[in-house]
Every structure is written in structure tokens, then in C-alpha cells.
Design a protein around this ligand. Structure first.
Ligand SMILES: *Cc1c(COP(=O)(O)O)cnc(C)c1O
Length: 348
């Protein structure tokens, strides 16, 4: 088993807990508190989330993003319904069928779209493909913000998707594992990027932004939250010592730490991409709009970079993914840049 002491950019999940979150955990580790979410931290952070979203939403906490996505989709679907998502969506490619499992069989219907984004045309195509009883009825559109290739939906794009949703009677779910990265990229308010643009339910990610674990599920459409706490419990996602998820969220949301963390991660991605884009044998695959950079290397470059000890993952189209975090250091990013430049020079 490899143990990485050196900073790597394989995933934002490689990063640790940010100091403010850790301090908040330590502060919460004081005496006793009621279990299963009946504690002051959970109460306080739920109100904080309502304040941030400027809305009387329903808030729940689960252990990870797969649970947040699957359970929220299940709350919107009967087993004979379907969910329209992009073919690259995490719910399709990285959740081991959990959305289908949690919903007792709701099918994911895959749509295309440039840069990992659904668009009104690609959604319409899937939504109107069939209207007979032999095919699962589309019920939800799931979009990822920022998405699986590090691209961000603009507010106009989300609103355009909402128009299709209204026309076809579909709900909108947003996978916000990297919600903060998208938010600071657009520079808009959380409300503008969600319910004001037509989002019904949000999987609100905290882990990649600086927590150890624990995602929130935020229902702007409160009717959909009916009995959701039972679904969470049945799925084994109700934390008995809930205060240690809630306290982490407080550490992240208080004083804008989540925005600071996301801005730093995005800035590192942007810095890295501007330095390596256009080097001989290095191609930028997608616009860099959040904290991820996808590069296609000439095969020799990839091999040499791995020999130098860098850890990164292959992604679609033969690209390689580099992800930056709240604690990525510019010094280490420069080391990566220099190694790539050196290999490129040597290859000539
Ligand atoms: C990381 C991630 C998730 C959550 O994954 P878990 O490993 O289940 O926490 C969900 N959606 C996207 C797009 C992600 O990148």
C-alpha cells in the first residue's frame, strides 16, 4: 500500500481537513450532546444553510456524495421513473448503480452535450424519445455543478434547462460535490445558482472543500423532503453522533471559509493550466472553470511524469485529470509544472 507524504493532485479527496473545520470538531468534542441530529450544532448549521440560501429549505446530512445523490434522486422518483443525466455524470459512472438501487430501479437515461454539460436539445431528445408505457417515465434532470470535467453551468444555462423541465414536467437535481468551486467561479449567490434558477434538490458537498466526510442534502422544494429522514436512516446514512458532521459544516460555512477554500483551489487550477497549456505534446481538453484540469499528453510525457512519482488519473478521451484543493501549495504546483516542462524539453 502506497502512502503519499508528498502532495499529489490526483483528487481533491487527497487533501486533509482544513484547520477551521478541525477546530470546530475539537470545539464540539466537549461533553455530551443529544444524538441523531437533535443537537445544537445540527440546529445551528441547518439555520446557517437556510440563511446562506436565503430560503426556508429542508436540510439533511449523510456520510458521502453517493448517498446524497442516490437518496435525493430516490426521493423524486418511483421505481418506474427515470433520471436524465449526462453520460459522464458521477451518478452514472462512479456510484456503482446506487441511484438505481436506492430508488428500487429508476433508470438513468444518458444524454450527451459538449463539455460534460446537458443542454435543452440533448435533454429534449431523451425526454421525448418515448412516451409509451413500456419505457420508464422521465421524472428528473440531474446536473453536476461544477461538472465531471471541471466545467460550470452558467445561470442562463441552468434557467434554459429549467424551461425544458417545466415543459416536460421534470424536477431538477444538482450534484454539488464541487458546489463551492462553481459558486466562486460564477461569483453569484447560492440562491441564484439553485432555487432561483429552478433547482429542486441539491447534493451539497463539503468533503472535497475541506471536511473529512459528510454531505448535505438541501430540498428547496420542501414537498419532496417528505419522510426523507426515514430514507436516510434506512440507507444506513443517519449519523448517530451527528454533531460531528454538523460541527464540520459550521467550521466550513462560518466566516466564508468554504468560499476561501474554493477560490484557492480554483486559482491553483487556473495557474497550473495557464503554465502548461500549449506546451509541445500537451493539450488542454476542457475549459478550466473550477478546480480541475484535464490534459492530454503525448504518451511519452505521461510515462515520464509517472516515473517521476506523480499520481494522476486517466479520464475520458485519453486525458489525465489534475485536481486542486483548498490546501494545494503553489510550490508543489510549480514542481509539477517544472517536471512537465523538463520532460517536454527533453522529448524534443
Ligand atoms: C466526488 C463526487 C461525488 C461524491 O462521491 P463520494 O465518493 O460518494 O463522496 C459526487 N459527484 C461528483 C461529481 C463527485 O466528483
Amino acid at each position: 500500500m502506497q502512502h503519499f507524504n508528498e502532495e499529489q493532485f490526483g483528487s481533491d479527496n487527497y487533501s486533509g481537513i482544513c484547520p477551521e473545520v478541525l477546530q470546530s470538531l475539537i470545539d464540539a468534542n466537549n461533553g455530551s450532546a443529544p444524538a441523531y441530529g437533535n443537537d445544537v450544532y445540527t440546529h445551528e448549521v441547518s439555520n446557517k444553510i437556510r440563511e446562506i440560501f436565503e430560503c426556508d429549505c429542508e436540510v439533511f446530512f449523510v456520510f458521502n456524495g453517493t448517498a446524497a445523490n442516490s437518496l435525493s434522486l430516490a426521493s423524486m422518483c418511483q421505481s418506474y421513473h427515470s433520471v436524465i443525466c449526462h453520460e459522464l455524470a458521477h451518478v452514472e459512472t462512479d456510484e456503482c448503480g446506487a441511484p438505481e438501487f436506492a430508488s428500487n430501479g429508476s433508470k438513468l437515461l444518458l444524454a450527451g452535450g459538449e463539455n460534460g454539460k446537458l443542454n435543452p436539445t440533448s435533454i429534449e431528445e431523451i425526454a421525448t424519445k418515448r412516451d409509451d408505457i413500456h419505457y420508464p417515465k422521465p421524472k428528473v434532470i440531474s446536473i453536476t455543478q461544477s461538472n465531471e470535467v471541471g466545467v460550470v453551468y452558467t445561470l442562463e444555462e441552468i434557467k434554459a434547462i429549467k424551461k425544458v423541465a417545466t415543459r416536460r414536467n421534470l424536477k431538477i437535481h444538482m450534484d454539488g460535490a464541487r458546489f463551492a468551486n462553481a459558486l466562486v467561479s460564477l461569483g453569484c449567490s447560492p440562491a441564484d445558482m439553485t432555487w432561483r434558477a429552478g433547482v429542486d434538490v441539491l447534493s451539497f458537498g463539503g468533503t472535497k472543500n475541506g471536511m473529512a466526510f459528510g454531505e448535505a442534502v438541501v430540498f428547496f422544494n420542501k414537498a419532496l423532503a417528505e419522510d426523507f429522514e426515514y430514507r436516510v436512516k434506512q440507507a444506513g446514512q443517519l449519523a448517530s453522533k451527528m454533531r460531528f458532521i454538523s460541527a464540520q459544516w459550521l467550521g466550513l460555512l462560518n466566516d466564508g471559509v468554504w468560499l476561501k477554500n474554493a477560490k484557492h483551489a480554483n486559482a491553483m487550477a487556473s495557474y497550473f493550466s495557464t503554465k502548461v497549456e500549449g506546451l509541445d505534446g500537451v493539450t488542454l481538453m476542457f475549459p478550466v472553470e473550477a478546480n480541475e484540469v484535464f490534459l492530454k499528453f503525448k504518451p511519452e510525457i505521461e510515462v515520464e511524469l509517472k516515473k517521476k512519482g506523480w499520481i494522476f488519473h486517466a479520464f475520458i478521451g485519453g486525458s489525465n485529470r489534475f485536481v486542486f484543493s483548498w490546501n494545494s501549495t503553489q510550490q508543489r504546483v510549480d514542481e509539477l509544472i517544472n517536471d512537465i516542462m523538463e520532460i517536454v524539453k527533453w522529448q524534443k
